[in-house]
Design a protein around this ligand. Structure first.
Ligand code: NAP
Length: 488
C-alpha cells in the first residue's frame, strides 16, 4: 500500500482550487450561462465552467500585457528570479491539491499527477535560477576598432496555447521561461483542462508576478485564437498541440510576423536490438508508453524489435502490460486512468481494428471498458504504416520486427514526424550511431522516460520547431539587440 492521502480528502483539495472564471489582468471574470463545461473523464461528472470570453475581453488581456511589458522587461533579472522562486515554493506547498485537480480534470492517476506537478515545478525553479544569468556578448567589429555589444532582450508579450495532456507542465515550460526573459504571458489552456492553469496563475500572482503580466483566457477557438494570433501587440506564439492546429495557427501568425515555437505531434519509434537488456527494454517500453495512459506526444507509437529477441520481448512485455491496473485516478493502486474522452477511445479502437485487419494479433487487451477506460493492449504484426503517420494517443503498443540496423533506422525515419525516439541496445557504438541517425529532436537510449527540465525538448520535421526547458529553452523568448560603439 502507499502513503497516498484518502481519495475524499484529495478530491476536496482539488475541488477547492477550481475557479469558474477567466483571469484578465488581475480580474476574475466569472463563467456566465454561455460557458464551457468541464467534465471529469473518470465519471463524466461536471467539474465546473469557464467563460467564453468576447474578443474585447481577450483584447483587454493583450493590452494589459503590452502595457506591462516595458516595466517587466526592465525589472532586474534577480527580482524576476526571486518571484519565480516564490511561485515554485507556493506550487510545492499546494502540490497535493494541484495534483488532485489534474486528476479530476485530466483523469491521470493521482500519483502520476503529483509527478507532473513536480515536473512542472522543475521548470519554474530552472528558470528562476536562470533569470539573473541572461548575459550578452561583446564582439569585436571586423574593422578592428569598433565594439559591438549584443544584449539579449525579451521578445515582448507572449501568447501561450496549451493542450490537455499535461495541464500543468505544458504551461510552466512556457510561462516560466517567458517570465524569466521578461515577457508577459496571455495563456489559453485547453478547454478540457482549464482549472489547473487558472490555479497556477493564481499562485503566480500571489508570488508577485504583476497581474497585467499573466492573464488566462478561455472561449471559442476562433475568437481567442484569432485575437491572440492576429494581434500586433503579441510578439510571440508558443503553441503545444497537434500538428494540424499548429499549421493553422502558424498561418494566422504570418501577417504579423510573430516569433513562433511549435511543439507538435509525434509518432515516436522505439527500437529494441538483439543486444538489449531485456528487462531494461521491457520496463522502458512500459514506462514510456503508458505514462498518461499513452496520451503523451513522446509515447512510443510503434515498437520495432529485432528478430533474435522478439519472442522473449513479446512474452515479457505482454505479461507486464496485462498486469497493469486500470481504474479510478484516486485509487492508490491505479496505474492507468481513463482516456480523455470518447473520441480518444474510438481512435484506439480504430487503430486496433485496422492493425488486426492487416494481420496483427492482439496479445493482451484490445477492448474498451466502462466509460472512457481502455484495456492496455499489445498487438504483434500487421502494418506499421498507420503508426508512422497517426498518433494513437492511447494504451496500445503495436510491435513489428526487423532484421538489420539499416532496416530499423529506415522504419524509424519513415514518418513525417520527428519528436521523440527510443532505442535499447547494450552496444554503445550502435546506440550512438543509431541515435544520431534517427530524425527526431529527442532520443532516449535505454530509457523510456526522457522529459526533465535539463533536456532541450522539441521536434524536427512536422513535429515543429523551438526547444523548451534546458539552457536552450530561454532562447525562444529572447532576441539580440546590438549596439555598435565606434571607438576613437
Ligand atoms: P489540439 O487539439 O491541437 O489543441 C491544443 C490547444 O490548441 C488547445 O488549447 C486547443 O483549444 C487549442 N486550439 C485548437 N484549435 C485552435 C484554434 N483554431 N485556434 C486557437 N487555439 C486552438 O491538441 P490536443 O488534443 O489538446 O493535444 C494533443 C496533441 O498535442 C497531440 O498531437 C500531442 O502530440 C501534442 N502535444 C505535443 C507536445 C510537444 O511538446 N511536442 C506536448 C504535448 C502534446 P481547445 O482545448 O479549446 O480545443
Amino acid at each position: 500500500m502507499s502513503d497516498q492521502p484518502p481519495a475524499d480528502h484529495l478530491k476536496a483539495q482539488g475541488r477547492a482550487l477550481v475557479r469558474e472564471a477567466a483571469l484578465v489582468a488581475g480580474k476574475w471574470i466569472p463563467a456566465g450561462d454561455d460557458a464551457i463545461k468541464v467534465h471529469s473523464p473518470a465519471d463524466g461528472s461536471l467539474l465546473g465552467r469557464v467563460p467564453k470570453l468576447s474578443a474585447a475581453q481577450v483584447d483587454q488581456a493583450i493590452d494589459a500585457a503590452a502595457g506591462a511589458f516595458p516595466a517587466w522587461a526592465r525589472t532586474k533579472g534577480k527580482a524576476r528570479g526571486d518571484i519565480l522562486a516564490r511561485w515554485a515554493d507556493l506550487v510545492t506547498q499546494n502540490e497535493d491539491g494541484l495534483a488532485a485537480l489534474i486528476s479530476l480534470e485530466n483523469g491521470k492517476p493521482w500519483k502520476e499527477a503529483l509527478d507532473e506537478v513536480r515536473y512542472a515545478n522543475s521548470f519554474i525553479r530552472w528558470f528562476a535560477g536562470m533569470a539573473e544569468r541572461l548575459d550578452g556578448k561583446a564582439i569585436e567589429s571586423p574593422n578592428g576598432e569598433d565594439l559591438i555589444l549584443a544584449f539579449r532582450e525579451p521578445v515582448g508579450p507572449v501568447a501561450a496555447i496549451t493542450p490537455w495532456n499535461f495541464p500543468a507542465a505544458m504551461i510552466t515550460r512556457k510561462a516560466a521561461a517567458a517570465f524569466c526573459a521578461g515577457c508577459p504571458v496571455v495563456l489559453k489552456p485547453a478547454s478540457a483542462t482549464p482549472f489547473t492553469g487558472l490555479a497556477l496563475a493564481a499562485l503566480a500572482l500571489e508570488a508577485g508576478i504583476p497581474a497585467e503580466c499573466f492573464s488566462v483566457v478561455s472561449g471559442g477557438q476562433d475568437v481567442v485564437g484569432g485575437r491572440l494570433t492576429g494581434s500586433e501587440l503579441i510578439r510571440k506564439l508558443s503553441f503545444t498541440g497537434s500538428t494540424s492546429v499548429g499549421r493553422k495557427l502558424a498561418a494566422q501568425c504570418a501577417p504579423t510576423l510573430k516569433r513562433m515555437s511549435m511543439e507538435l505531434g509525434g509518432a515516436a519509434p522505439l527500437l529494441v536490438f538483439d543486444d538489449a537488456d531485456l528487462e531494461v527494454a521491457v520496463s522502458g517500453t512500459v514506462a514510456g508508453k503508458f505514462r498518461a495512459g499513452g496520451q503523451t506526444c513522446v509515447c512510443p507509437n510503434r515498437v520495432y524489435v529485432q528478430a533474435g529477441i522478439k519472442d522473449a520481448y513479446l512474452e515479457a512485455l505482454t505479461m507486464r502490460v496485462a498486469a497493469l491496473k486500470v481504474g479510478d485516478p484516486f485509487a492508490p493502486d491505479t496505474e492507468i486512468g481513463p482516456l480523455i474522452d470518447e473520441k480518444g477511445v474510438t481512435k484506439v479502437e480504430d487503430h486496433i481494428a485496422r492493425t488486426v485487419a492487416a494481420g496483427g494479433k492482439v496479445l493482451t487487451g484490445g477492448q474498451r471498458m466502462t466509460g472512457s477506460y481502455f484495456q492496455p493492449t499489445v498487438i504483434a504484426g500487421g502494418d506499421d504504416e498507420l503508426f508512422c503517420h497517426e498518433e494513437t494517443f492511447g494504451p496500445l503498443v503495436p510491435v513489428f520486427t526487423f532484421d538489420t540496423e539499416e532496416q530499423a533506422i529506415s522504419r524509424a525515419n519513415a514518418s513525417e514526424f520527428g519528436l521523440a525516439a527510443f532505442l535499447f541496445s547494450d552496444d554503445l557504438n550502435r546506440a550512438m550511431r543509431v541515435g544520431r541517425a534517427i530524425e527526431s529532436g529527442i532520443v532516449g537510449i535505454n530509457s523510456g522516460l526522457i522529459s526533465n527540465a535539463a533536456n532541450p525538448f522539441g521536434g524536427v520535421k512536422q513535429s515543429g520547431f523551438g526547444r523548451e526547458g534546458s539552457t536552450y529553452g530561454i532562447d525562444d523568448y529572447l532576441q539580440a539587440k546590438a549596439l555598435t560603439l565606434a571607438l576613437r
